[in-house]
Design a binder for this molecule. Structure first.
Ligand code: CDP
Length: 214
C-alpha cells in the first residue's frame, strides 16, 4: 500500500502520517526531514544554495537513513538539529534546487519499491508516489498552522513571536509553491482535508475511513 500526504508547512502532515503508519503497521517516511538533513549538511560546510558545483560534488557524500523514525545522516542522528530555526529558515532555498530534488526523489521512490509506505511532503502525490493508492492534501489557515508550530517550538525550549512564525510559514510556502521543479501542489486526484478546526483524532478518523472504504 502507498499513501501520499502533502500540504503546506505546519498543516499537520507528519503528526497524522506517523500515527496512521502505526495503526496500519506500515513504514512512515518524512521526506521533509530528508530536505532538512541535506540543508544542514550544506550549511555546516558553508556551501550556499547558489553554489551548484559544490552541491553536485558533495551530494553523493550524503547518506540518509531512517532508524525508528529518526533521521540519520552519515551515521549521526540529526533529528533535533534539523528542526532548529536555522535549518527551517533555509531549507526551502536548498529544496528548490533541481539536482537536490532529483537525488532525494530517487531515494524516496527506491524506499517505496520495497515496502508499504505512508510518505509526507510537498510533491508525493504529484511526483514521488504518482501511483499511490490514496492521496491526501492537508490544509489549515496560516494562523492555526503558526499556533501549532509555536506549541511545538515551546515544547522544544524555543520562544518565538507568533507573527514571525506566520511570516516564516508564508515565505516558505511561497518558495515551495512557486519553484519550477515539483512545486507544492495538490494532485488532481488527492482528497483535500481542512484541518483548521479538527483535532488530530478527527483527521485520522476521516483518513482511515476513506482507506477502509477503499
Ligand atoms: O514540517 P513542515 O511542514 O514545516 O516542513 P517539512 O515537511 O519538514 O519540510 C521542510 C521543507 O522541505 C519544506 O518547506 C520544503 O521546502 C521542503 N520539502 C520539499 O520541498 N519537498 C518535500 N517532499 C518535503 C519537503
Amino acid at each position: 500500500m502507498k499513501i501520499a500526504i502533502d500540504g503546506p508547512a505546519g498543516s499537520g502532515k507528519s503528526t497524522i502520517a506517523k500515527l496512521i503508519a502505526k495503526n496500519l503497521n506500515i513504514t512512515y517516511i518524512d521526506t521533509g526531514a530528508m530536505y532538512r538533513a541535506v540543508t544542514l549538511y550544506f550549511m555546516d560546510k558553508n556551501i550556499p544554495a547558489n553554489d551548484l558545483d559544490s552541491i553536485k560534488h558533495e551530494l553523493p557524500n550524503i547518506e540518509l537513513e531512517f532508524i525508528d523514525n529518526q533521521m540519520h545522516m552519515n551515521q549521526k542522528n540529526v533529528s533535533l538539529e534539523i528542526r532548529t530555526p536555522r535549518v527551517t529558515n533555509n531549507v526551502s532555498n536548498y529544496a528548490k534546487i533541481d539536482i537536490i530534488r532529483e537525488d532525494l526523489q530517487n531515494k524516496q521512490k527506491f524506499i517505496a519499491l520495497k515496502q508499504s509506505v505512508i510518505m509526507d511532503g510537498r510533491d508525493i502525490g504529484t511526483v514521488v508516489l504518482k501511483d499511490a493508492d490514496f492521496k491526501f492534501f492537508l490544509v489549515a489557515t496560516v494562523l492555526e498552522r503558526a499556533r501549532r508550530r509555536l506549541i511545538d517550538l515551546n515544547r522544544e525550549g524555543y520562544q518565538m513571536d507568533i507573527n514571525l512564525l506566520i511570516e516564516e510559514i508564508e515565505r516558505r510556502d511561497a518558495i515551495d509553491a512557486s519553484r519550477d521543479h515539483s512545486p507544492l501542489k495538490k494532485a488532481d486526484d488527492a482528497i483535500e482535508i481542512d484541518t483548521s478546526k479538527l483535532t488530530i483524532d478527527e483527521v485520522i478518523e476521516k483518513i482511515e475511513n476513506i482507506i477502509k472504504r477503499g
